[in-house]
Design a protein around this ligand. Structure first.
Ligand SMILES: [Zn+2]
Length: 352
C-alpha cells in the first residue's frame, strides 16, 4: 500500500520516501497510515498474501509466518505457534519489513535495542540483505540468545548497563551519529506484525478472544491496527477481544488499564526477558485496542510461566520461553466464552 508517515507526538506528516522512523522535529514515533483505500481481498493463510496491507516496498519473499494454529486439548483453545518462524519468534514478521525499507533507502547498517529475540531476528534479516547490524542489548538480555547471534551472524553487539528502555535510547543515539537505519518497535515493525492477526482471522474467522503477551506492546497495537484495517476493507464485522498479558513483576500496561490512567514506567523485574519492558512504547495505543475490542489486561507470575513452560513441553513436546507461554498461563485464569487463540510468541530450546 502507498502510505504517509505521521508523527504520533506532534502530528507532522512525511511522505513514504522519508527515510527514517522518528520525527525530525520532535523524535516522536512515525505511524504508517495508508494513503487511499486498500483493495479488498479474501484472507488467506499466507504471509505474502497480505503484501497489499504492508507499506509499499521492494520485498524479498522469504518464507516466514504462516505458522501453525494448533487445536489444543481444551475445547475452543487454539495455539498460534510463532516459534515456527525462522528465528523462533514472531519478531521475523516485523524484521522482514524493516530490512526491506532499510535496503530501499540505501542504508548499509541497521541498529536496534533488544532483550534477545529482536536481536536475533534483525541480525538474521540484515545478514540475508547483506547489510550490517548493530544491536544494543539490555542488562536483562538472554545471553544464550546473544551468543547464538555472535556465533552465526555478523552483528555488532553492544552491552548496555541498563534496562531495555536505556538500550533503546542508546540505539536511537547511534542511529543519528552513524547514519544507521533505526529498527525496533517503530512503525515498520508494527506493520509486519499485523500479519499475525490476519493469519489468525483467516484461519478462525469466528475467534472471540486473542491472548497476546506484552513487552513493548507493538504486537498488541499492531493487532488492533490490523483489525481496524480489516473492518475498513469489509473483511470482518466485529472485533475479537484483545487480551494483553504481562508478567506480574513487570506490568505497567496492566496497571494503567486497571487504573484507567496513562502508562507509567515500572522497573522490569521479571525473569521473562522478552517481556521485561518497563515502559511499553505502544502502551497507550494498546490500551485503546483493549477498550475498543472489549478486551482486558492480565498478569501472570514468573512461577506460573515457568510451570506453564514445563506443562507445554510435556503436552506438546515443544519448547517455549517463559514469555512464550504467558498467554497460555493467563488463559487458565479466565473463563471467557468462545474460540480463543493464545499466541505462543517465542523460544525454542533456549530459556527462560
Ligand atoms: Zn513530531
Amino acid at each position: 500500500m502507498r502510505y504517509v508517515l505521521k508523527c504520533l507526538a506532534c502530528g507532522k506528516q512525511y511522505s513514504m520516501f522519508f527515510p527514517r522512523q522518528l520525527c525530525d522535529k520532535c523524535d516522536g514515533i512515525l505511524e504508517i497510515t495508508a494513503a487511499g483505500a486498500t483493495a479488498a481481498a479474501t484472507l488467506e493463510k499466507d504471509f505474502w498474501s497480505y503484501e497489499q496491507f504492508l507499506p509499499e516496498g521492494e520485498y524479498r519473499h522469504y518464507m516466514l509466518g504462516n505458522t501453525t494454529m494448533l487445536a489444543s486439548s481444551r475445547s475452543n483453545l487454539f495455539l498460534k505457534l510463532e516459534t515456527e518462524n525462522p528465528t523462533k519468534s514472531f519478531k521475523d514478521r516485523g524484521s522482514v519489513v524493516e530490512i526491506a525499507k532499510a535496503l530501499e533507502y540505501g542504508y548499509d547498517e541497521v541498529v536496534c535495542a533488544s532483550t534477545g529475540n529482536m536481536a536475533y531476528s534483525v541480525a538474521y534479516y540484515a545478514k540475508l540483505g547483506g547489510i550490517h547490524a548493530t544491536i544494543f542489548v539490555s542488562r536483562n538480555a538472554n545471553w544464550l540468545k546473544i551468543r547464538n547471534i555472535q556465533d552465526t551472524h555478523d552483528a555488532n553487539i553492544i552491552k548496555v548497563d541498563g534496562d531495555f528502555t536505556e538500550a533503546q535510547r542508546r540505539a536511537i543515539g547511534y542511529s543519528k551519529r552513524k547514519e544507521a537505519f533505526l529498527t525496533g518497535d517503530y512503525g515498520y515493525r508494527k506493520e509486519g506484525q499485523k500479519t499475525l492477526l490476519f493469519e489468525t482471522i483467516a484461519e478462525l474467522p469466528d475467534v472471540r478472544n486473542i491472548f497476546i503477551p506484552v513487552g513493548n506492546a507493538t504486537l498488541l497495537s499492531a493487532s488492533y491496527k490490523a483489525l481496524l484495517e480489516l473492518k475498513k476493507a469489509g473483511l470482518i464485522r466485529r472485533f475479537p477481544r484483545l487480551v494483553a498479558v504481562q508478567a506480574s513483576l513487570t506490568a505497567p500496561l496492566v496497571t494503567a488499564f486497571k487504573r484507567n490512567a496513562r502508562v507509567e514506567y515500572q522497573e522490569p523485574l521479571t525473569d521473562a526477558g522478552a517481556i521485561a519492558v518497563g515502559y511499553p512504547t505502544y502502551g497507550d495505543q494498546a490500551i485503546e485496542g483493549l477498550r475498543a475490542t472489549g478486551g482486558t489486561a492480565l498478569s501472570v507470575s514468573d512461577k506460573e510461566m515457568e510451570d506453564e513452560r514445563m506443562a507445554f513441553y510435556r503436552e506438546y513436546g515443544l519448547r517455549a520461553e517463559m514469555s512464550g507461554v504467558a498467554s497460555l498461563a493467563a488463559f487458565r485464569k479466565t473463563n471467557l466464552e468462545g474460540k480463543t487463540v493464545a499466541v505462543i510468541s517465542g523460544g525454542n530450546t533456549l530459556k527462560p
